[in-house]
Design a protein around this ligand. Structure first.
Ligand SMILES: Nc1ncnc2c1ncn2[C@@H]1O[C@H](COP(=O)(O)OP(=O)(O)OP(=O)(O)O)[C@@H](O)[C@H]1O
Length: 257
């Protein structure tokens, strides 16, 4: 594996009973890139995301992170290695403040959550890091608001802050703009563009406008397999991709036009 590949999936397959949700997928994520995984409903994106973040175990195949085989590692282990997943439903606690949420994420990563005897200086360091993460996502002035009081787009920014605090080398984002209005989509897109500095991002995203703007490389999945891969300008013109999205063949599209 060449040096500039941070994450590699080799012949990754996941079956649920007799149903193959991800079928022999090969993926190479370049260091420093934003790599989007897209595809129509049921294509296997979430399954692929859960495989890469080790939330589920592949039926066969391998996952390598910085050349190390992580196929049989647990999510907490890979988090310690620098792979952090955001946008889990439980990522943000609504009744804690923005600052408390980021600090808690940091504490969990350090394994100090229940060690109340830890020195004040450790907690002080955590606060400083938490404030820095909030600042990066434009939430510093909201640090003492409860998460539940934040508007939706800012909640998403808070989720990003909880992962940034962990200083991930590789960030995996699961549909970062899901359920957002246009204005919030723009803000989160801009935010992801800003926090990509010095790290690699893999994202599953339905919004093709976001993908077009952010992604260096796009992998299109359909029926659990890789249908196409490349920059947006290429994959968006690929007839097989158009067919998978529209549900009609390129010929039929011409006939309609
Ligand atoms: N735990 C499971 N048990 C059985 N089948 C599953 C399971 N998880 C996913 N599947 C099936 O695998 C296929 C791929 O699902 P997946 O959620 O990965 O697709 P997706 O591309 O994320 O879809 P969407 O865009 O609709 O979220 C679907 O047909 C789904 O029904």
């Amino acid at each position: 594996m060449s040096d500039d590949i941070i994450l590699e999936a080799k012949n990754l397959t996941k079956s649920f009973g007799g149903f193959v949700a991800v079928n022999d997928v090969n993926l190479r994520i370049k260091r420093g890139a934003i790599h989007a995984i897209i595809g129509p409903n049921g294509a296997g994106k979430t399954t692929m995301f859960n495989l890469l973040t080790k939330f589920i175990t592949p039926t066969s195949g391998k996952i390598l992170f910085n050349d190390r085989d992580i196929t049989n590692r647990k999510p907490a282990e890979i988090a310690n290695m620098g792979i952090v997943r955001s946008f889990q439903i439980s990522a943000v606690f609504p009744h804690l403040t923005a600052l408390e949420n980021v600090r808690l994420a940091l504490q969990r990563s350090l394994g100090v959550s229940y060690q109340f005897w830890r020195s004040k200086s450790v907690l002080h360091d955590l606060d400083a890091k938490a404030v820095a993460a909030l600042d990066q996502v434009g939430l510093k002035e909201f640090a003492h608001l409860k998460a539940v009081e934040l508007p939706y787009g800012r909640k998403r920014a808070l989720e990003i802050a909880t992962t940034l605090g962990l200083e991930p080398e590789l960030m995996l984002l699961d549909e970062p703009t899901q359920g957002m209005g246009t204005e919030d989509v723009g803000a989160v897109t801009e935010l992801i563009g800003r926090v990509r500095e010095g790290r690699t991002i893999v994202m599953v995203e339905h919004n093709l406008g976001v993908v077009a703007e952010l992604a260096d490389t796009i992998t299109v999945l359909a029926r659990g397999e890789v249908l196409a891969e490349g920059p947006y300008s290429e994959v968006s013109k690929n007839p097989a991709v158009m067919e998978a999205y529209m549900g009609v063949s390129a010929d039929e599209q011409e006939e309609v036009a």
